[in-house]
Design a protein around this ligand. Structure first.
Ligand code: MN
Length: 516
């Protein structure tokens, strides 16, 4: 688990990271070792507020990344993520020593750091979108999320006001991103840590409630678990089991919704059953229902109908001997991995290799997952295909999910995932701080038409980041664009040479035809 890993003296060292990395090659170990030494030296005159040497922070970030199975470059970038901002290190130096990939990742994380200072406090949705757009490489976001996790874990060394502000910012901006990326473990840790600073009293109450309930139920749950393992053995199904605790913040919210009635909450703790294949998930459900009475209406098949963020499992709730309920979640190893680490699991070489061996096309659930990241939801194949066909879906995305790509190399798959995500769109602000997304290379006229046909047809002047610009200026991610209109201003043929969007082109053509 992200935060639950016990490091006894809390000080992370290089071997902790090397031992948990999934890439055991000499190459990978060398890179991470060098990044550790470099970062330690670069930060040697700095301390964290806790009084610990600064390397503890990037060290912990790298440790979490290694734990989640990230690749060597991401782990190295985790170690180096604060060197550009806080030390004399230059991008050239990073590239020379660690390669272009690591340099780009560190630069990306540094760039994300600026976003919170833009001052659009009330636009967290916009910030979230910008956050995602600005990160050219999805691994940048993952490093940033883990960086934030360690920063909230060490908030106790800050004053009360900063604690609250940072914790709220985390809940409002970072948690939804983690959720959107399907990273449930990280989401839970970010939420619970933030909640403990926002509302320490309720946090302690909830934690105590969960612990005391578990103390009471422990024996019975363990005996159910043993019976379950016996039944599966009889049926010759391999399984792993785990007792899961509901997140504290999620418990707090649910209890509030249920007017504080604890008996309404069936997943205070739950049993997770992991089996080898999809078919065995359904067999497992049969075995469970054959031996315990399930609660009607509590059977949820998220394998056939995955959640929007890609989550898959079967949930059922059974009656225990004492009449209380117990939730059981059934999934395969792959689903379990995906439910913990979300999009990160695409980067695990093993998962990808498995796909390659099977020569699979991008599976339907992955398409669905990709679509959901961009805000397109649908329950079944038909509605997904329908929403893909709808005009609202950008063409590049439609192309990506409709072509049956054969994956031949894992890095190719990652590349296509990333480039289709980020390389074709830019996200810019209007003067109210709202985000408009446009194709790359769009200019102020495209922007004006995106705001409305009238605004486009009477476009006069544009300012970008408060400076007047020519109409052929190419907009960049994060630009703030203001448009001045005038009733005397009209589209002319010249505009067609610059505009990029179909909307602008069609509007200009129509205007000229109608008037001409
Ligand atoms: Mn940091």
């Amino acid at each position: 688990m992200w935060a639950k890993m016990v490091i006894f003296n809390n000080m992370i060292n290089l071997s902790n990271i090397l031992n948990i990395m999934s890439d055991r090659s000499a190459d990978a170990r060398e890179l991470v070792k060098n990044a550790w030494e470099f970062s330690k030296e670069a930060h040697k005159n700095q301390k964290r507020l806790s009084g610990e040497p600064y390397i503890c922070h990037p060290g912990k970030v790298a440790f979490y990344l290694a734990e989640a199975g990230m690749d060597k470059d991401t782990i190295a970038a985790g170690l180096l993520h604060d060197t550009l901002e806080d030390t004399k290190t230059t991008p050239d130096e990073l590239e020379k020593l660690f390669g272009k990939d690591v340099k780009n990742l560190v630069e990306g994380v540094t760039r994300l750091g600026d976003i919170k200072y833009r001052g659009f406090d009330s636009y967290s949705e916009n910030l979230r979108r910008l956050f995602i757009a600005t990160a050219q490489d999805i691994r940048t976001i993952i490093i940033k999320l883990v960086d934030r996790l360690h920063n909230v874990q060490t908030l106790e060394y800050h004053n009360k006001e900063r604690q609250k502000r940072k914790a709220l910012e985390t809940l409002e901006i970072y948690v939804p991103i983690a959720d959107r990326l399907g990273m449930s473990y990280l989401k839970k840790d970010l939420e619970d840590t933030s909640f403990s600073f926002i509302d320490p009293i309720d946090y302690k109450k909830m934690k105590h409630l969960q612990e005391s309930e578990y103390e009471k139920d422990k024996k019975q749950i363990k005996s159910i678990l043993n019976d379950l393992i016996d039944e599966f053995k009889k049926n010759k199904i391999d399984l792993c089991t785990q007792i899961k605790f509901k997140g504290i913040y999620s418990l707090y919210k649910k209890l509030k919704r249920k007017d504080g009635d604890l008996s309404q909450i069936n997943d205070l703790f739950s049993i997770s059953v992991i089996v080898p294949t999809n078919a065995e998930c359904y067999k497992a459900l049969g075995i469970i229902h054959n031996n315990w009475t399930p609660l009607p209406k509590e059977i949820k098949d998220f394998i056939a109908f995955p959640k929007p963020n890609g989550y898959q499992a079967i949930h059922t709730t059974i009656f225990r001997e004492d009449g209380k309920a117990l939730e059981i979640q059934i999934s395969t190893h792959e689903m379990n991995l995906r439910s913990k680490y979300g999009i990160v699991s695409f980067f695990s070489p093993e998962t990808l290799q498995k796909r390659l061996n099977k020569q699979l096309e991008i599976p339907f659930s992955t398409k669905k997952f990709i679509l959901s990241l961009l805000g397109f939801f649908g329950k079944d194949k038909e509605s997904i295909n329908k929403s893909v066909a709808s005009e609202k879906v950008p063409a590049w995305l439609r192309g990506m999910v409709t072509t049956q790509k054969k994956i031949t190399r894992p890095d190719e798959f990652i590349k296509s995932l990333e480039s289709d995500f980020f390389e074709h769109r830019i996200f810019v602000f209007n003067s109210k701080g709202e985000v408009i997304d446009l194709p790359i290379d769009s200019n102020p006229i495209d922007f004006a038409y995106a705001l409305g046909k009238k605004i486009g047809n009477h476009f006069e002047l544009a300012k970008v980041n408060h400076h007047s610009v020519p109409i052929d200026t190419q907009l960049k991610n994060g630009d703030i664009v203001e448009i001045t209109t005038s009733s005397n201003s009209h589209p002319n043929k010249n505009w067609l040479r610059y505009v990029k969007t179909t909307l602008a082109k069609q509007s200009i053509h129509t205007y000229i035809k109608d008037r001409g």
